[in-house]
Design a protein around this ligand. Structure first.
Ligand SMILES: [Zn+2]
Length: 293
């Protein structure tokens, strides 16, 4: 069973999430239900895999960490993107007569939904690749992104740990352009299912091997190196869903025969509580040395 999970856990779970999405749509569930129910079921199943087949037992989170990460997941991953998207939809709505903001006739709405979703994923990942790379290489952006790199362990729930300014920029790069292009709700729904389940896996503490998929998908084996404490290791594997842009721009990194060691920031006393992490990016150098917050 362990071997099956190790090699087939990721593709099976992604296929399950996409399958459930289509079953719900076929049974006349709304797009919202068909999108978020597979994500919730996926999260529950990945939690089970983490307990049964952990990559590292020392990465199991304690109650305090889980509580803080749940706050981030709810507010930053759940509420904030919805507010930003709702604001854009309001601006685009006919009531406000701003339809001219829509770029019509460019997006291939006649393509099948899965193909549109793949196109969106490749393009969104390209934009996110450069945002993520700048967030590592340009100090003012790094201060906000450092919040995401602050944990000393990886497990699925801490994929939501982002500063709202960092998360807001991500939405500007990977969601808003597609709303302006008029990408349909079903395409966005399928994208969210894949994006969320892949994100859970990217951070998960499950002993997985993606094999040849490590040249296509930005999965956990690659992403653990991205969270290394060592800059020469962590400034790689910027891909959000796909790893193709890292391959193209020379930042793909997966050492063989060894496992990543310490994760997190140089400053091991960097604050971890939600409210403190809202303000700590405004303190220069906080990721490298202890500062009073
Ligand atoms: Zn990063």
């Amino acid at each position: 069973m362990k071997v099956v999970v190790r090699y087939a856990g990721y593709p099976m779970m992604l296929a399950f999430g996409i399958g459930l999405h289509y079953v719900l749509l076929a049974n006349h569930a709304g797009v919202q239900v068909a999108t978020y129910l597979p994500v919730i079921v996926g999260a529950v199943m990945i939690t089970g895999l983490e307990w049964a087949y952990p990559c590292k037992q020392q990465w199991w989170a304690n109650k305090q960490e889980m509580a803080q990460d749940a706050i981030f997941m709810t507010l930053i991953q759940g509420v904030l993107p919805k507010l930003l998207a709702a604001g854009v939809i309001l601006v685009l709505s006919e009531n406000f007569d701003k339809q001219y903001l829509l770029v019509e006739g460019v997006w291939p709405t006649q393509w099948p939904v899965p193909l549109q979703m793949l196109l969106m994923m490749v393009l969104a990942d390209g934009l996110r690749y450069w945002l993520h790379r700048w967030a590592h290489e340009w100090e003012p952006l790094w201060r906000f992104h450092a919040v995401h790199h602050s944990p000393h362990k990886l497990y699925w729930l801490n994929v939501g740990r982002f500063h709202p300014i960092d998360k807001g920029l991500q939405v500007v790069f990977d969601t808003l352009p597609f709303l302006f292009l008029g990408v349909g709700e079903q395409v966005l729904g399928l994208y969210v299912v894949c994006y969320a389940i892949n994100g859970f896996f990217q951070h998960c503490n499950v002993d997985l091997r993606l094999g040849i998929l490590n040249y296509l998908i930005s999965g956990p084996e690659l992403h653990r190196w991205h969270h290394s404490k060592l800059k020469q290791e962590s400034n790689h594997n910027y891909g959000n869903n796909l790893i193709v842009w890292d391959l193209l721009f020379g930042t793909w990194y997966l050492p063989k025969e060894r496992m990543v060691e310490e994760l997190g920031l140089v400053n091991r006393q960097y604050p971890s509580a939600f409210l403190k992490q809202m303000t700590v990016p405004f303190i220069p150098g906080a990721d490298k040395q202890s500062v009073s917050t």
